[in-house]
Design a protein around this ligand. Structure first.
Ligand SMILES: N[C@@H](CCC(=O)N[C@@H](CS)C(=O)NCC(=O)O)C(=O)O
Length: 220
């Protein structure tokens, strides 16, 4: 029993769940669901996640799907005392929860990475979606003006948002000079030990997607 993370290292949604597990200094086991080999479609994984996507989390008899639900669950159950990733002040807690809701509502629906990298989309066919995504990124650029993190010294919102922005720079080649605040934030987060030491960046991790993204400059 205990915590098991069903993950595939190149996935930014999985990176979200894993950084929070590490940030909260939790012990967990990993089950690799190799998306390149279609393991997410096998019946055994379908019994964990009906939508056949990663990440999923098991904690004793609890099964959590959706990366944001995974990190909210971890915070709720294990983010006690000093380890809490929720700000103590009302002002910052309000900001933190607002940014997570805005991620769900405004940003994630405009994601194009999956279609760009796997769905055979071209820059031309995706043009309206690219325009919407860039427009939405402009809002986050304003939110991050003059700040190192989205909220205070760091919060759950930063761990929720970071993997998404990171993908735009690394894989879809969003130009850093056009989004300096977003790029500063991403660079800062990459240095955080819970992020830096994740297998996402190593062999079999990010490099797999980077190979797929070679020559792809969707946002440039
Ligand atoms: N909203 C979901 C998205 C999960 C998702 O799209 N996972 C991708 C990997 S990044 C996946 O499992 N794709 C495999 C598939 O759809 O067959 C979350 O945040 O967990």
């Amino acid at each position: 029993m205990g915590i098991t993370l069903y993950t595939f290292y190149p996935s930014d949604n999985c990176l979200r769940a894993e950084t929070v597990l590490r940030e909260l200094e939790l012990q967990y086991e990993v089950e690799i669901v190799d998306l390149m080999k279609g393991h997410q479609k096998q019946d055994i994984y379908g019994s964990v996640n009906l939508r056949k996507q990663v990440p999923s989390l098991k904690d004793d008899d609890a099964v959590i799907t959706e990366s944001v639900a995974c990190v909210m669950y971890l915070q709720q159950v294990y983010g006690v005392g000093k380890k809490s990733l929720l700000p103590a002040s009302k002002k910052e807690l309000g900001e933190c929860l607002s940014y997570i809701a805005q991620f769900h509502e405004k940003l994630n629906p405009n994601a194009i990475a999956g279609t760009a990298l796997f769905g055979g989309g071209t820059k031309e066919s995706l043009a309206p979606r690219i325009a919407k995504l860039k427009q939405e990124l402009t809002v986050w650029e304003k939110i991050l003006d003059g700040k190192d993190f989205l909220v205070g010294d760091i919060s759950l919102a930063d761990f929720v948002l970071f993997p998404f922005f990171n993908t735009q720079f690394l894989l879809l080649k969003l130009p850093p000079e056009e989004y300096p605040n977003l790029f500063r934030f991403v660079s800062e987060m990459r240095e955080r030990p819970s992020v830096k030491e994740c297998r996402y960046w190593g062999e079999g991790g990010y490099e797999v997607f980077a190979a797929l993204a070679k020559g792809v400059e969707f946002l440039a």
